[in-house]
Design a protein around this ligand. Structure first.
Ligand code: CAA
Ligand code: FAD
Length: 384
């Protein structure tokens, strides 16, 4: 229904951003990608370049050093970068749509001057810390405490699975202040690395997006000044949910890119590989796989653009974002598996890249709300 009246015609600026992202991915992310994946090595230099090129604060106002672009430009860039390197694109996604967006939308002027400018330029990167060992989907059951001590909060607890956990300088930490108020007693605090008592814990050894650094973060009697709270007392859970609505568009675009990247490789390979005296593309079974892949990818793309456009037009995009993430992540998992199949045995080894994309695809069904949680969000919106 919302498709009516929406215009997907892309502007010159959109196309320029898309091309810049494509070039950057090809020229600067592709070299060394197999090694970074094997060694689970964070792409520090490449992330620095992303900052210089403006990919880390794309939607932030130029007043705070950002690119001042819209969500459509952001998803176009996310798609291109994810076609090659989903580890780099999750760094970008968390920084843009969770940390920068959250600060810009809900932070005070002082917080924006102090933190957002550094994040938008890529001088440092941010982390969004909601999940805990015992609280993933069930995000309101926070065990991390931020006790109100008057001038400051005293933070104790453990965050799990934190993307950019090792390499971030600024963390948005969700924690419980008042247990009786349940989710309305949760706060979001800006915590800088180096604050006494704040320690980076173990790095996860992952199936995919291996070059992104996922850590647990440990807080022991960490003093966080009151002025580092985002929003009113008790706004933290609403902050997390509101921010994740937009974050899900970023992850949907990541999934779309992974699927499209695998499709492009499979199409090319199908025209190179011969079996039974002809290109495998000329076997109808392979053509049908590619036809189905491109159709589902296009459908995912429409959902992603739709969610981005609704956000840009300040319309309700909660359900559209959840639909885009649900659908695009399933397409990513399915299409990458088909791409491996089209490559045969060569698809199962690292040098042809589709096996990495297949491993990378899986996470898009899990983080920023699992597929089951997206269905819950979509269903709740049906009767809201
Ligand atoms: N937008 C805005 N507000 C929302 C919201 C949304 N999508 N969903 C819920 N809320 C608000 C509700 O309005 C309610 O507030 P009020 O009571 O003040 O009205 C409050 O949040 C609690 O809502 P519910 O009663 O619906 O809460 P619930 O316990 O049933 O859980 C949930 C809701 C949707 C399941 C939520 O817990 C959730 O989204 N879980 C998934 C967590 C998640 O996505 N984690 C991602 C971590 S970040 C990450 O993963 C980054 C990365 O990998 C790169
Ligand atoms: P659980 O919530 O325990 O879920 C287990 C299973 O039960 C899932 O299939 C789930 O869908 C299902 N389930 C749970 N509840 C329901 C329900 N009500 N109805 C139906 N099914 C249900 N978190 C952050 O805060 N910041 C980050 O930067 C971040 N980065 C991440 C990076 C990686 C690589 C990974 C793996 C995770 C990251 N996460 C991050 C955490 C991520 O968001 C959670 O893993 C995710 O929300 C699921 O939580 P869980 O792992 O505790 O699974």
């Amino acid at each position: 229904l919302e498709l009516q009246g929406l215009n997907f015609n892309l502007s010159e600026e959109h196309l320029a951003v898309q091309e810049a992202a494509r070039d950057f991915a090809q020229n600067e992310l592709f070299p060394g990608i197999v090694e970074r994946d094997n060694e689970a090595r964070f792409p520090a230099e490449q992330v620095k370049r992303m900052g210089e090129l403006g990919f880390l604060g794309m939607m932030v106002s130029p007043d705070y050093g950002g690119g001042g672009m819209d969500t459509v430009a952001y998803v176009l860039a996310m798609e291109e970068i994810s076609k090659i390197d989903a580890s780099a694109s999750v760094v970008m996604s968390v920084n843009n749509s969770l940390v920068c967006y959250g600060l810009e939308a809900f932070g005070t002027e002082e917080q924006k001057q102090k933190y957002l400018t550094r994040l938008a330029s890529g001088e440092t990167i941010g982390a969004f810390c909601l999940s805990e060992p015992e609280a993933g989907s069930d995000a309101t059951s926070q065990a991390t405490m931020a006790e109100d001590k008057g001038e400051y909060y005293l933070v104790n607890g453990t965050k799990n699975w934190i993307t950019n956990g090792g390499s971030s300088g600024i963390c948005l930490v969700i924690a419980q202040t008042d247990r009786e108020k349940k989710h309305r007693g949760i706060n979001c605090l800006i915590v800088e690395k180096g604050t006494p008592g704040f320690v980076v814990g173990k790095k996860e050894d992952k199936m995919g997006i291996r070059a992104s650094d996922t850590h647990s973060l440990l807080f022991t009697d960490v003093h966080v000044p009151k002025e580092n709270r985002i929003g009113e007392d008790g706004f933290g859970f609403k902050f997390a949910m509101s921010t994740l609505n937009g974050g899900r568009i970023g992850i949907a675009a990541q999934a779309l890119g992974i699927a499209a990247g695998a499709y492009e490789l499979a199409l090319k390979y199908s025209q190179e590989r011969k079996a039974f005296g002809k290109q495998i593309f000329d076997h109808q079974a392979i053509q049908f796989k590619l036809a189905e892949m491109v159709t589902k990818i296009e459908a995912a793309r429409l959902l992603v653009y739709k969610a981005a456009r609704l956000k840009d037009e300040h319309k309700d995009y909660v359900q559209a974002a959840a639909m885009a993430k649900l659908f695009a992540s399933d397409v990513a998992m399915w299409a990458t598996t088909e791409a491996v199949q089209i490559h045969g045995g060569y698809g199962y080894v690292k040098e042809f890249h589709v096996e990495r994309l297949m491993r990378d695809a899986k996470i898009t069904q899990i983080y920023e709300g699992t597929s089951e949680i997206q269905k819950l969000v979509i269903a709740r919106e049906l009767i809201r």
